[in-house]
Design a protein around this ligand. Structure first.
Ligand code: HEC
Length: 197
């Protein structure tokens, strides 16, 4: 290849690179997020800036929206809150231990929507709803409260540990299926402040 041709190719590559950078630098509407949350049934993109106010500037929500990882998993202070939020918003239909009632069980490894195996999928189902009685909870729960509920649902899990993709290796080693009767002290230490009464 002649030097001239190489020069032209380089110029084209450079131009393409600049165009790509310019596209990246375009301002976007709404906050920039690392993960895309989609409605479990319709696949429509969910806008986390909408819905109940507050509960968006926590480290856990920021981390989740970037990486899909839920920092509240296994955190006792968040489980204490999640238990109470689940009792108010979910247990009437899904059962006290998420064993299933009017709505399906959430404590085993069978999912109508396999996306719920991941915390991103579970968030999308809670926030955006599914079919029938499973309405969206975006007006009643903040994203931060939703992560606390997810931590609690994962805590209620009784299925095989190899399907618990929300646990890291250390947590998998310490995994014990949920047994009733455990109590979290009001001042349990961790990332979550007690809920306001
Ligand atoms: C009014 C009753 C009702 C309430 C309240 C309710 N759900 Fe549901 N939920 C349902 C029904 C019914 C379904 C089945 C819908 C479907 O298959 O599309 C469902 C489905 C689900 C699923 C999908 C399960 C699967 O197998 O894939 C998840 C996850 C879920 N609910 C979580 C929650 C959480 C968390 C809350 C509380 C924030 C909640 N639900 C509140 C009735 C309810």
């Amino acid at each position: 290849m002649s030097l001239k041709k190489i020069g032209i190719r380089a110029a084209i590559a450079l131009a393409a690179g600049t165009a790509a950078l310019a596209a990246l630098a375009q301002p976007t509407s709404g906050p920039q997020t690392g993960i895309v949350l989609r409605n479990t049934v319709t696949g429509e993109t969910l806008d986390v800036s909408q819905g109940k106010e507050g509960g968006r500037d926590t480290e856990a929500v920021k981390t989740f929206l970037q990486t899909g990882k839920n920092l509240y998993i296994d955190d006792k202070s968040c489980l204490r809150n999640g238990e109470s939020l689940f009792a108010t918003s979910c247990s009437g239909c899904h059962g006290h231990l998420a064993e299933g009632k009017l709505g399906p069980g959430l404590n085993d490894n069978y999912w109508t929507y396999p996306s719920n195996t991941e915390d991103t999928g579970l968030f999308a189902t809670i926030w955006g709803g599914a079919n029938g009685m499973m309405g969206p909870h975006s007006e009643s729960l903040t994203p931060d409260e939703t992560l606390q509920i997810i931590a609690w649902i994962r805590h209620l899990y009784t299925g095989p540990v190899q399907d618990a993709v929300w646990l890291n290796d250390e947590q998998k080693k310490n995994y014990k299926p949920y047994k009733q009767g455990e109590v979290f002290p009001k001042d349990a230490k961790g990332r979550c402040k007690p809920l306001e009464e």
